[in-house]
Design a protein around this ligand. Structure first.
Ligand code: KG4
Ligand code: ZN
Length: 337
């Protein structure tokens, strides 16, 4: 029997989770509203808020799982990638508990944890599967050949797709994080009204910087002619932007599925909530016989359950970190070349 406490603090959510024998008993997420008025995450404010929230969040996770600290067999934490000041809070706290309770410490890669969120649910994808990770910090396609066996097929060369959603929303005057709001408005609009260029990048890499610039130019040119252009066409602009952003990732995902002949598809990260992505994926389920896995929304966005479940599998493999481990804001995932 193994009870794992997971801590996630890579960006602006402080989260703690208890996993017992591979089952999530609790998953508490404490979000930081303070960043909204700045239109993006302010690193200094994020680390201060983590420091304030971490003990109440862990206490709540233990309480709601009806588990005491002395029953924990190991503690897993996000080592990176992420914001250094934010990572440090979770890292130091995990080390403190490991030392005080004399239990092993397990370091977890945040992106790997997003993939492993698929192992939380009872119905799990079978290997090999393709995982499209689409979040505010990452956009990549990975072929998952086994637990911890990842082949990176492609990733973004600049912005992440969630960032592209949020930055576009900001240009439209929507509050941060604008992705979900842009999605809501897009559902009421006509995606054919405006066209944005889809980048031609070789292999499976992505780029969102070109489309970001073209959206900026498009809005500037039109508001110069008509200052009310955005307000009068908001739903159609949102629908057209969303259509193009999702087209960029779906093209590559379909190409990878065909080339590697893999129809088991997993989607990870906050953008998995997007209605256009979900409808395009559903279309492929019908058309191409895809078997699709999308974790519950609470396990798609940043959460500690994915850190605890990854910790659980590492615990079974005796894959521990030592007390001198430090956070790494640019931590890379170990991949098969
Ligand atoms: O995975 P996540 O919670 O955090 C990171 O690791 O980044 O993803 C957050 C991102 C934000 O950029 C947010 O705007 C985006 O996911 N997002 C969406 C939607 N829901 C969340 N983007 C588009 N449509 C949505 N429905
Ligand atoms: Zn994330």
């Amino acid at each position: 029997m193994a009870i794992i406490l997971g801590i996630e603090s890579s960006c602006d959510d402080t989260s703690a989770s208890i996993v017992k024998d591979g089952k999530v008993l609790s998953n508490i997420v404490c979000s930081q509203a303070i960043h909204q008025k700045y239109g993006g995450v302010v690193p200094e404010l994020a680390s201060r808020a983590h420091e304030k929230n971490i003990i109440p969040t862990i206490s709540e996770a233990l309480k709601s799982a009806s588990v005491s600290l002395s029953e924990i067999n190991a503690i897993s934490f996000t080592q990176g990638p992420g914001l250094l000041g934010s990572l440090l809070v979770g890292n130091c706290f995990a080390k403190g508990i490991a030392m005080a309770q004399k239990i092993p410490l397990i370091s977890v890669n945040h992106i790997e944890a997003h993939i492993n969120a698929h192992f939380i649910e009872d119905v799990k994808p079978t290997f090999p599967f393709l995982c499209l990770t689409v979040s505010g910090g990452h956009t990549q396609i990975i072929c998952v050949e086994g637990f911890g066996k990842y082949k990176l097929l492609g990733e973004t060369l600049d912005d992440a797709i969630g960032e592209a959603f949020d930055k576009s929303a900001k240009l439209l005057g929507l509050p941060y994080p604008g992705g979900p709001l842009l999605d809501k408005m897009a559902q009421l609009g006509n995606f054919k009204k405006y066209e944005f260029p889809i980048p031609e990048i070789k292999n499976y890499d992505f780029s969102f910087s070109g489309i970001k610039t073209s959206i900026l130019n498009f809005l500037q040119n039109n508001t110069r002619i008509n200052p009310d252009f955005i307000a009068q066409n908001l739903n159609d602009i949102c629908a057209s932007i969303q259509y193009s952003l999702i087209k960029i990732v779906m093209r590559k995902l379909k190409k990878a599925s065909q080339e590697f002949n893999i129809k088991t598809i997993a989607i990870a990260g906050g953008v998995a909530a997007n209605s256009e992505l979900r409808s395009k994926i559903q279309f492929e389920v019908q058309l191409s016989n895809w078997e699709v896995f999308i974790p519950k929304f609470e396990y798609c966005t940043d959460n500690a359950a994915m850190i605890a479940i990854t910790g659980y599998y590492k615990f079974l493999n005796n894959d521990f970190a030592d007390l001198s481990s430090v956070p790494n804001p640019r931590l890379e995932m170990k991949v098969i070349k």
